[in-house]
Design a protein around this ligand. Structure first.
Ligand code: NAP
Length: 295
């Protein structure tokens, strides 16, 4: 039987409705308006689209939104000075510096300069460390979105064999940490694969839940998974463009073939993608509540 399609579009919509209500409630009861600032350096077209989407979603949910577009030749000193100012601004609860930054700027230094309490991306070492020891304030957005997709689709994570393909700091490692936590919605047995893993199929075939974040189009084929697996495809690969100039995207999983064996699977697009911005909004609300002593 073909797999159930886990729709990130639908689940993200559901979470955004919940957030909208929560935001209206904190505003009414506590006069608190969560505030998110995005900082964009340079004119990278993809980054401009992402920042625009974040701004639009903030407005739609009732989050106060500020945007700083800086020229590509902005110095590191000036960028750090802006972050320092935003760290001290009480209207702002979340700071997001859009990556990648121009080459002359040290990305690590900039991310480390963000106050961990306003680090709604969850990339600051303080927040990475807190997640590692099981006491997170913020979960990084894409991995948190993956966990929510599983929970809200009724997938049993506790005790499941979870295999993750990819070990990046933004997806592979944090989702491994999240699903390994000793708490509800986690408690999985986790294996992480990468380019040096021997016999990948051995691992992927054991998976009850397979999470793929490799950035390799259709790398996971039907012969690499077992019947009844739940597949979360994080990959976004551009195969080309339609004559109308629309991007043709595919994931890291051979969707058409794998869906015939899987119990459930996320599509690309419409799977993990819509969840990432939604979880950013959730973190901003949490940051505002933490700052106000409400959480
Ligand atoms: P990344 O930093 O390039 O990391 C890719 C990881 O996959 C690396 O750990 C690499 O192993 C591993 N890998 C690559 N090819 C492999 C193979 N053939 N077998 C086993 N492991 C392999 O990528 P990322 O930032 O994590 O992103 C991964 C994908 O997810 C990309 O397509 C990206 O666009 C997408 N993504 C989507 C969202 C979203 O919101 N939808 C968010 C983030 C990322 P090594 O460490 O050994 O090199």
């Amino acid at each position: 039987m073909p797999a159930e399609i886990i729709s990130g579009t639908e689940i993200a919509k559901e979470i955004r409705e919940e957030l909208k209500q929560e935001i209206a409630e904190v505003k009414e009861k506590h006069n608190l308006v969560p505030g998110l600032v995005t900082v964009l350096v340079g004119e990278d077209p993809a980054s401009q689209v992402y920042v625009g989407q974040k701004e639009k979603t903030s407005h739609a949910l009732g989050i106060y939104s500020e945007r700083h577009d800086l020229p590509a030749d902005t110095t590191q000193e000036d960028l750090l000075a802006l972050i320092d100012k935003l760290n001290k601004d009480p209207k702002i609860h979340g700071i997001l510096v859009q990556l990648p930054l121009p080459k002359h700027i040290n990305e690590t230094e900039v991310l480390y300069a963000i106050d961990p309490k306003k680090d709604v991306d969850g990339f600051h070492p303080v927040n990475v460390g807190k997640l590692m020891i099981g006491e997170p304030d913020y979960l990084p957005c894409t991995p948190h979105g993956i966990q929510q997709l599983l929970i809200r689709s009724g997938v049993k994570i506790e005790g499941a064999e979870v295999v993750i393909v990819g070990r990046s700091n933004i997806v592979g490692k944090p989702i491994a940490n999240i699903l390994l936590q000793k708490r509800e919605g986690a408690n999985a047995t986790v294996t992480v694969c990468h380019t040096r893993s021997k016999d990948m199929s051995f691992h992927t075939k054991r998976a009850d839940i397979l999470i793929v974040a490799a950035g390799r189009p259709k790398a996971i084929t039907a012969d690499m998974v077992k019947d009844g697996v739940v597949v979360i495809d994080v990959g976004v690969n551009q195969l080309g463009e339609t004559p109308e100039g629309k991007r043709i995207l595919c994931g890291d999983v051979d969707f058409d073939a794998v869906k015939e064996k899987a119990k459930a699977i996320t599509p690309v697009p419409g799977g993990v993608g819509p969840m990432t911005i939604t979880m950013l909004m959730m973190n901003t609300v949490r940051a505002a509540k933490l700052a106000a002593g409400l959480d």
